[in-house]
Design a protein around this ligand. Sequence first.
Ligand SMILES: [Ca+2]
Length: 128
Amino acid sequence: MRHLKNLLVLTTSVAAVVALTALPAEAAGTADRTWGKCGSGNTCLFDGRYGRYKFWTAPDCGFYDLSKMRPRLDDRLSSIRNRSDARVVLFDWDSTTGWNHVRTISPWKKANLRPHENNRVDAIEIDC
Ligand SMILES: [Ca+2]
């Protein structure tokens, strides 16, 4: 019985080490494949992290209220890829304070939103 218990502990430890070493490489590979889904010159919004589940591509320069889209697209942005020369500004709407700056994405940058920014963005401005 003691032998069986030791074997179980060893097996569990090996599995944990394999899981820990396998995860980063797999995550990086997935990220590289999914971030590619945004055409050059566009700014793309994604429901998932690392550019997964694209839900909108900005059509041009300007300010877009995502709550006015049908279906609504507010409160779901988790990652963004800006493949344009424009600066992109993200806003959250508050009925008391109005439009609040969440984050600015520089030209040709991509980002996963931080936990306090995630699923909060209600508008996007393509500043060009
Ligand atoms: Ca919001």
